[in-house]
Design a protein around this ligand. Structure first.
Ligand code: X8Z
Ligand code: ZN
Length: 632
């Protein structure tokens, strides 16, 4: 991410923002009209000649401008990235201040530069320069800062502070405290209603302190967005997709409509099973599912409750976590496994510095931001991962996810800084996940992690249920987070209604409810999710969940796969790797439909391949849900 390329607060977003394409994706139109009152042919030619000269010099000025911006931006972004890395891997007052200072400088530069960029409007500007000008303007990260120096300073301070509060957050009883990792373990494994409730409420308490800071942040970032011509920060975010912000909103709705029926079927089945486990008084037959019963702190991915919803108990199923533990995987071995998948496709090994500089384990001696992220700290192949790895299936997938970011960085780091980004931010999030879709039972057998591949129909449905609990459950969550933020940024949701609006969207999209009354202004439950205090846009993950199946299908075709999509693994297929590399190397240099076409042959995002992948499960869910009252 431009940010520093990671998920780091302001920085990470910067990189990603730079990578984004925005509302005015086309090069700005040339000023129209003829020179006033040409007197005769000769006179007209003279005036037009001058005009041509003027345009040519503006085009040259624009090119010189973006070249200068690129090198200055590199220096400031790298400085911010280094400070962000230091803060993320060691949260102290000093590292927070250093990160805020570096981001403030970057924000000052961006604000000034974006305003200057809007003065270049000539039609003769070459396409590459026009695209760079465009990308500069739609950069939403770091958030656009107000021109007022005090306000800018405050915005940078709040940014660093919010991420620090989240990173250090703990649920304490007296002097006994649990960090997020420990609380997530409880959410994943406990089946006791009250124990789950305690872990859930304990974590959500950390966000209460964030509420006033977030409110202040919204005001300042909106002010910055307005100064560069956007209604609010949400509109600026939506401008980064090579279409108008309004069209982008429609586009996300269209994709949601494609996948909603499948989500509703999964919800219906899971709700029934949870009702059997916890009682219909706790999980009403036609109502919302309590948010703390789905095996995850945010109810965003439900794979951990698989044992409660297993379609065919006793039939074959995969326990990758047990296999990893049995094979004595540690953090490094798990990341090496991920790397070996990419190299099997013909991609290069990670640089030696990756292994020296990454943080793969939670340090015991200091506070860190555990939320996983991938970096290229110096924008020059300084690849790193920051992650508190646990040896389980979930983190195995996350390792592949992060390496997907690293490989994107690797294949575009030689481009100008303004092009060092994904085709859009959803592409960046989808690469590693697309690779992880190739972690099939056959692949696991090939690398010796499991002995048998489930071969019958029951085993397949079990397997698909595991996949769906990870992929399908996430879709409404991926959509609603920014739905909430868009409304907050636009003022449609007033600060007094932050929590009410949050839970209204959680009900509408996910069909879940808070496990207890959560009134405003006492609670700020959105703030208990990393990307809110860290200000990382979230629609990217929704898009990625859909795109990754499009990528998977296209890469499988390149690899010569002919069977059902869910059986495909591209492990070892260099023809697929070549396609992937070609797309990664484009970075953000072209509008995203071109990058999509390069890999899939189509220019439209489409949930078709996702639905195709889950066809066997969907059929089975239809049978299970017969006679049930689905929906809420
Ligand atoms: O934040 C992440 C990655 C870093 S970009 C670990 N993800 C989202 C989340 O954890 O909420 C990946 C899936 C969704
Ligand atoms: Zn990611």
């Amino acid at each position: 991410m431009l940010r520093p390329r990671a998920a780091a607060l302001l920085v990470l977003p910067l990189l990603s923002a730079l990578a984004c394409q925005g509302a005015e994706q086309q090069p700005p139109p040339a000023p129209k009209g003829k020179p006033a009152r040409a007197m005769d042919k000769k006179g007209e030619a003279k005036v037009e000649g001058k005009e041509v000269e003027k345009k040519a010099s503006q085009a040259a000025d624009a090119k010189a401008f973006v070249d200068r911006v690129d090198s200055e931006l590199r220096a400031l972004a790298v400085a911010a990235s280094k400070a962000e890395w230091d803060k993320n891997t060691n949260i102290t007052d000093a590292t927070e201040k250093a990160a805020a200072d570096a981001n403030e400088k970057l924000m000052e530069f961006m604000a000034k530069t974006i305003k200057e960029a809007t003065t270049f409007t000539g039609s003769d500007i070459d396409p590459e320069t026009a695209r760079k000008l465009h990308l500069l303007k739609v950069t939403g990260s770091p958030p656009p800062a107000p021109g007022d120096a005090d306000k800018r300073k405050r915005l940078a301070e709040i940014g660093a502070k919010m991420e620090g509060i989240y990173g250090k957050g703990k649920a304490c009883e007296g002097t006994k405290c649990k960090d997020l990792g420990a609380l997530e373990d409880i959410m994943a494994s406990s089946r006791k209603y009250d124990e789950l409730l305690k872990a859930w409420t304990g974590w959500h308490k950390i966000a209460v302190e964030l509420r006033p800071l977030y409110q202040e942040f919204v005001g300042l970032a909106n002010e910055g967005a307005a100064e560069i011509g956007y209604k609010d920060l949400g509109e600026l975010w939506r401008a980064g997709y090579d279409m108008s912000p309004a069209d982008f909103e429609q586009e996300t709705e269209r994709l949601w409509t494609q996948v909603q029926p499948l989500y509703n079927k999964l919800h219906c089945y899971v709700r029934g099973k949870l009702g059997d486990k916890y009682g219909k008084d706790k999980v009403p037959e036609a109502g919302l599912i309590p948010a703390h019963l789905l095996g995850n702190m945010w109810a965003q991915e439900w794979a951990n409750i698989y044992p409660l919803v297993e379609p065919f108990p006793g039939a074959a199923s995969l326990d990758v976590t047990a296999a990893l533990k049995k094979a004595k995987y540690d953090e490094v071995k798990l990341v090496k496994l991920g790397e070996s998948f990419f190299t099997s496709l013909g991609l290069e090994p990670l640089p030696a510095t990756f292994w020296e500089r990454s943080m793969l384990q939670k340090p015991k001696d200091r506070e860190v931001v555990c939320h996983a992220s991938a970096w290229d700290v110096d924008l020059n192949d300084d690849l790193r991962i920051k992650m508190c790895i646990k040896i389980n299936q979930e983190d195995m997938v996350t390792v592949h996810h992060e390496l997907g970011h690293n490989y994107y960085y690797h294949y575009y780091y030689k481009l100008p800084v303004l092009f060092q980004n994904g085709a859009h931010d959803g592409f960046h999030e989808a690469i590693g996940d697309a690779i992880a879709l190739s972690i099939t039972p056959a692949y696991l057998k090939e690398i010796g992690l499991i002995k048998d591949v489930p071969a019958d129909e029951k085993g397949l449905v079990n397997l698909q249920m595991q996949d769906a609990l990870e992929k399908i459950s996430f879709l409404p969550f991926g959509k609603l987070i920014d739905q909430w933020r868009w409304d907050v940024f636009s003022g449609k949701t007033a600060p007094e209604k932050y929590n009410e609006a949050w839970w209204a969207l959680r009900a509408k999209y996910q069909g879940i409810a808070p496990p207890e009354d959560r009134p405003d202004p006492e609670f700020f439950d959105a703030g208990a999710k990393y990307h809110i205090p860290a200000n990382v846009p979230y629609t990217r993950y929704f898009l990625a969940r859909i795109l990754q199946f499009q990528f998977h299908k296209a890469l499988c075709e390149a690899a010569g796969h002919t069977g059902p999509l869910h059986e495909c693994s591209i492990y070892g297929k260099t023809a697929a790797g070549d396609k992937l590399k070609a797309m990664l190397a484009l970075g953000a240099s072209k509008p995203w439909p071109e990058a999509l076409a390069a890999i899939t042959g189509t220019r439209q995002m489409d949930a078709g391949p996702l639905i195709e992948y889950f066809a066997p499960l969907e059929k089975w869910l239809d049978e299970q849900n017969q006679g049930k009252q689905c929906g809420w």
